[in-house]
Design a protein around this ligand. Structure first.
Ligand code: SAT
Ligand code: MN
Length: 596
């Protein structure tokens, strides 16, 4: 039974079915009955394991193939008409060649299998931000994950009506052959083809493929922005809430920041943090000439290892019902799950994520480092009352960040929007060799969009600059670095809940109620203006966090910055004439300022 009479939809499904040749086609209607039947089927075939329903109601466990545990950037392509449109930071394939090559792989790939048709909305149904996608897949695991991560079912097709404006997503597991694994985005065709994977961002096509790669292209064409950003709200004791959006490369604690719990002193005064989203923000110009943002997703696809009641209780609580766990340790005796960093009691006599016998006392990891939970956002104890607001939330500040051992101060503010775009474009993170005190290998990751920008990043930067010109009430742009190390490789800032103190300074800057020191790189706080009250952090030995030590994390290290300038020049050189002139000017200004 089809959920639509939309001719464009039906003829496309027909065409894809002719190619993949499934035994049957099943529409996903978003009902609990259908989802429950699919769960039962997945359990019967061994695709999923039902967990202890008393301890973890509605929760399931899944293992992927051993060769299929993460996104594959090397096999991800932007299939734009020309290589220049994909730009120097993306893999490119000619669309005709890509379709021809992949058609051979998809051909008859669903013989003996079911093709599920998943109509999904990114953004709350009916919101002016929302966009429709349809994913065809032969994986029940994908169906059930999409039902958590997006809004699925009949209402989506009703919203689409007879429009042709939907993302055409095709996924087939095929043989999970790494050599034939392709994640192909065709931005000009509103199309995504993904084959030979069954894992996360490769196959949950609403997430990185649509909500970032395709949507970033749509945003460029339609004057909005799709960004790799969390969104959170800070509620003040007065009851007023201000929102920020923040972009970080992976492994910088994005989910932790999104669900931050303020230090006790603040909680006692009535401050609170609300989560709107932990990974993706879609931003549009609002009536006030500012930017409003929605989280287009409906769930969290979070990294499990390291998540515990201390590091992120809100995330852990979110996973206690209706959640799918992937590649963590299955505790078969209890019907529960475990991962490194959950607690100090790994189960004994169980198998690791691969399903092999595993002895935790050897130090071998039981869960894959990129093992995940897929949890409904509605489970989150601090989910914002406005997380599904169709109009989005107004953004006061945009925050960029990275993991830098020495170079970046704890926080600085850009001089204006154009400078802020520059600050985003030079974002970088260091490999955690930095943890041993050495400065790690720098990977530049502009706006944390390096693997997610669906078109030429030079055009993307120009789009940021152009958006700024349309904003009369633009968010202020900041950069943070929670990961500054001292000479002995010790973290100089505690991170986690104490990051709230930096958020407070940022929001004070937005309302103009606190001063700052102008430096070569932008505005830096006076140490006295970051509240350290009630903070009890020992950097090392008896060196405690105080104003004097805070000053050290706020210092601009000119030599490191000059090294950075050289590396930024290398990045910019790749773009040739696509590099916006404004960014070249900002880089010159930075260099001149540093050499003064
Ligand atoms: O697998 S996902 O792309 O969804 C998550 C990630 O790798 O950032
Ligand atoms: Mn992400």
């Amino acid at each position: 039974m089809s959920l639509t009479t939309n001719k464009a939809v039906l003829s496309w499904i027909d065409e894809m079915a002719k190619m993949t040749n499934p035994d049957r086609i099943v529409w996903i209607d978003g009902s609990e009955e259908q989802a429950e039947a699919l769960r039962a089927e997945a359990v019967a075939t061994g695709e999923m394991i039902k967990l202890n329903q008393e301890k973890l109601p509605g929760c399931y466990y899944h293992r992927t193939a051993v060769n299929d545990v993460a996104r594959v950037e090397g096999r991800t392509f932007i299939c734009a008409p020309t290589k220049e449109e994909a730009g120097p930071t993306n893999n490119w394939m000619d669309p005709k060649e890509a379709y021809a090559m992949a058609s051979e792989i998809f051909k008859n790939s669903m013989v003996g299998r079911t093709m599920y048709v998943i109509p999904f909305s990114m953004g709350a149904i009916g919101s002016p931000f929302a966009k429709v996608g349809i994913e065809l897949t032969d994986s029940i695991y994908v169906v059930l994950n999409m039902c958590i991560m997006t809004r699925v079912g009949k209402a989506v097709m009703d919203m689409l009506g007879d429009s042709e404006d939907f993302v055409h997503g095709l996924h087939a597991r095929c043989d999970i052959d790494e050599e034939k694994r392709y994640i192909l985005q065709f931005p000009q065709d509103n199309t995504i083809w993904s084959c030979n994977s069954g894992y996360g961002g490769n196959v949950l096509l609403g997430k990185k493929c649509f909500a970032l790669r395709i949507a970033s292209y749509q945003g460029w064409k339609e004057s909005w922005m799709a960004e790799h950003m969390l969104i959170l709200g800070v509620e003040f004791p007065s009851g007023e809430t201000k929102y920020v959006a923040a972009a970080f490369p992976s492994a910088c604690g994005k989910t932790n920041l999104a669900m931050l719990i303020p230090p006790k002193d603040y909680l006692d005064k009535g401050y609170k943090v609300w989560t709107v989203g932990d990974d993706i923000a879609w931003l549009r110009i609002n009536d006030e000439g500012g930017l409003s943002a929605v989280n287009p997703e409906a769930g969290f696809f979070g990294v499990a290892p390291g998540t515990n009641m201390k590091s992120n209780p809100n995330a852990l609580i979110s996973t206690q019902k209706g959640t799918i766990f992937t590649n963590v340790v299955y505790n078969s005796a209890e019907g529960t799950v475990w991962w490194e960093g959950l607690d100090k009691n790994p189960p004994k006599g169980e198998n690791n994520w691969k399903g092999e016998p595993w002895d935790p006392t050897t130090g071998e990891k039981g869960a894959h480092p990129n093992s995940r939970f897929t949890a409904p956002a509605a489970n989150c104890p601090c989910i914002s009352p406005r997380w599904e607001d169709p109009a989005g939330v107004p953004i006061s500040a945009i925050i960029f960040g990275g993991r830098r051992a020495k170079t970046a101060p704890l926080v600085y503010q850009s001089r204006d929007w154009q400078h802020g775009v520059f600050v985003g474009s030079i974002m970088a993170s260091e490999t955690t060799a930095a943890a041993s005190g050495a400065v790690g290998v720098v990977r530049r990751d502009p706006m944390a969009m390096l693997p997610f920008c669906g078109y030429n990043m030079g055009d993307y930067w120009q789009h940021w600059l152009d958006m700024g010109k349309k904003l009369t009430n633009a968010p202020k742009i900041f950069n943070v670095n929670w990961f500054r190390l001292n000479e002995n490789g010790k973290f100089m800032w505690p991170g986690f809940g104490d990051n709230f103190r930096v958020l407070e300074w940022i929001l004070k800057r937005c309302e103009g109620s606190v001063g700052a020191r102008e430096t070569a790189i932008g505005y830096i706080p006076y140490a006295k203006d970051i509240n350290l009250e009630g903070m009890d952090y020992t950097i090392e030995g008896d060196i405690k966090m105080n104003e004097e030590n805070l000053d050290k994390i706020l210092a601009v290290e000119t030599d490191y910055w000059l090294e950075d300038v050289a590396s930024i020049k290398e990045l910019y050189a790749k773009f040739g004439s696509k590099l916006p002139r404004e960014l070249a000017t900002e880089l010159e200004t930075l260099e001149t300022n540093l050499k003064k």
